[in-house]
Design a protein around this ligand. Sequence first.
Ligand code: PLP
Length: 360
Amino acid sequence: MARSHNFSAGPTAVPLDVLTQAHEEFFDFAGSGMSVMEISHRSQVFMAVASEAERDLRDILGVPPAYKVLFLQGGASLQFAQVPMNLIGDKGTADYLHTGLWSGKAIEAARRYCDVRVVASAHASGFDHVPHASHWRLNADAAYLHYTENETVHGVQFIDTPASDAPLVCDACSSLLSKPIDIARHGLVYAAAQKNMGVAGLTVVIVDPALLERSHAFTPDILNYARISEAQSMLNTPATFPWYLTGLTLKWIKHSGGLQALHQRNQAKARMLYRAIDGSDGFYRNSVQAPYRSINNVPFRLAEVALEKTFLRRAEQAGLNGLKGHASVGGLRASLYNAVSVPAVEALCDFMNAFAREHG
Ligand SMILES: *Cc1c(COP(=O)(O)O)cnc(C)c1O
């Protein structure tokens, strides 16, 4: 079996151990004589899968016991609308930090539901940093403050959890489970599974119960966090297979030593790649200011832009996949999520060094 190295931004690599286990029990799950995809979400067999995934997620992230954990569909993009629908209450206004493409999308979606105030933006400098907190114009009457912990396209990441009097809402789509996060400091954290947590089709929302009864009158039950929570995320048929696969991925995270161990490994991977870029005498460049460089997504350009096509083709021939940058910014990008191994990043750096020697 030839598995190529996968640096895609999402969907992306799933740990081989997870794929292997899913493969082994594909036709007959837990002695049921059926695939996990073929059984009722209300069956005891699936309910056990669902609750074990929740327990493991709570364990790994240190979720405060009172917080609700929801397993939803619609991707992180649906949360761009679902968050204001549910949390805006009678305040009518919310604060947003604009640090890249994804927070921009969250801002645009929220405008339909509330008065959005962009309290700081890095747009003018091409999203190469997170504006310092001393420059944020926070509003005392904001229903919440929304930030995007890791900007998947621009490769910009927060250094610390923002301080805020308003409940803090975090789009952690591309960084949840790649490092520790203090959930208790947040009102709500959301992430789709296809980055660090499994496959497309599942979104996890972790929410402080104090925020649950503020939804807009027009919010349908199916999008209402409180109603979903009461129904244990089974108000309608949940995404059973992605939920199961996230469960396997959470076990893998536990066996891998948890978030501290994964964070160290992820930092080492990122250091290795940034060193290859910075040490290339300008052949490659990443223009994000050093303190804000992402450990999850590393966008880069070649000084000679016309060579990027050749780079991608040759990389694929070498078994290095998913290195094309997001369409909105072009260039190249390597995503270094949990399932990307140290040897995979070594192979990428070796390839980059050799390519630069050949074409530099
Ligand atoms: C991928 C991503 C999204 C969008 O996720 P979908 O599941 O495709 O809707 C939103 N925010 C961030 C930070 C992302 O990385």
